[in-house]
Design a binder for this molecule. Structure first.
Ligand code: F6R
Length: 237
């Protein structure tokens, strides 16, 4: 794992946007795996400023709450629309995000995997990391699911994400998420982490052996992961 240690959130965002820019320049019809949450917002802002040509790019988002309507301002679709889709020239047919409105979840998950395969696979996957070490919504558990699936959110994730909702009761209790092997199939992965709340998860990622209680430790088996983090998240190692 390579580590880019940054002095600020802005620097994390700029470094991450540069890697995406390089990916699009090298392969204008690349497939990007994208994340939501606070970590990538600055990166999306920077990408929007760069005036890159996204017309050949395909995107797959990691996850979506379930159930949730697309037009709910807390849906991940809404988030992506606001922070990226509406600001670059991505073609609507090339945008993919699990549907929080579907009625047949199993089918939705199966078809999502098939679409990723059919696209040729993800060239560059962007990840954030939960305080409990989750990636996507692969939460700590005795065993981890490999493919796209419906999952229960843990109490700690519901509490952490309640900052975006009127109350904790409004946070959906489930989500559709790419699985661990979906994520690990990406050719390159960049993981963004900022702030001291992430220090425990980053320490575990860098020090611990692979274990399902810190799902991010699974990234250790991937040959091309870049961790872009600030000193607060990195700690004084
Ligand atoms: C979001 C996602 C989550 C977040 C993680 C960190 O699509 O998959 O794993 O990356 O919860 O969230 P933030 O960046 O808000 O701290």
């Amino acid at each position: 794992m390579r580590i880019i240690l940054c002095d600020s959130y802005k620097e994390i965002s700029d470094r991450a946007a540069e890697l995406i820019c390089a990916q699009i320049t090298l392969k204008p019809d690349c497939v990007l795996g994208l994340a939501t949450g606070s970590s990538p917002i600055g990166m999306y802002d920077r990408l929007a400023e760069m005036n890159l040509d996204f017309s050949g790019v395909t995107t797959f988002n990691l996850d979506e709450y379930y159930p949730i309507k697309r037009d709910n301002d807390q849906s991940y679709y809404y988030f992506m629309q606001k922070h990226l889709y509406s600001r670059v020239n991505l073609r609507p047919e090339n945008i993919h995000i699990p549907s929080g409105e579907c009625t047949d979840v199993e089918r939705e998950c199966r078809e999502y995997e098939e679409k990723i395969q059919a696209s040729g696979g993800i060239d560059l996957q962007v990840l954030g990391i939960g305080m409990n070490g989750h990636i996507g919504f692969n939460e700590p558990d005795d065993s981890l699911n490999t493919k796209t699936h419906l999952t229960d959110l843990t109490e700690s994730t519901i509490t952490a994400n309640s900052r975006f909702f009127d109350s904790e009761d409004d946070v959906p209790k489930q989500a559709i998420t790419m699985g661990i092997s979906t994520i690990l199939s990406a050719k390159k992965i960049i993981l963004l982490a900022s702030g001291k709340e992430k220090r425990h998860a980053i320490s575990a990622l860098l020090r611990d052996e692979i274990n399902t209680e810190i799902p991010a430790t699974m990234l250790k088996v991937h040959p091309d992961v870049v961790l872009i983090c600030d000193r607060e998240a990195y700690g004084d190692k």
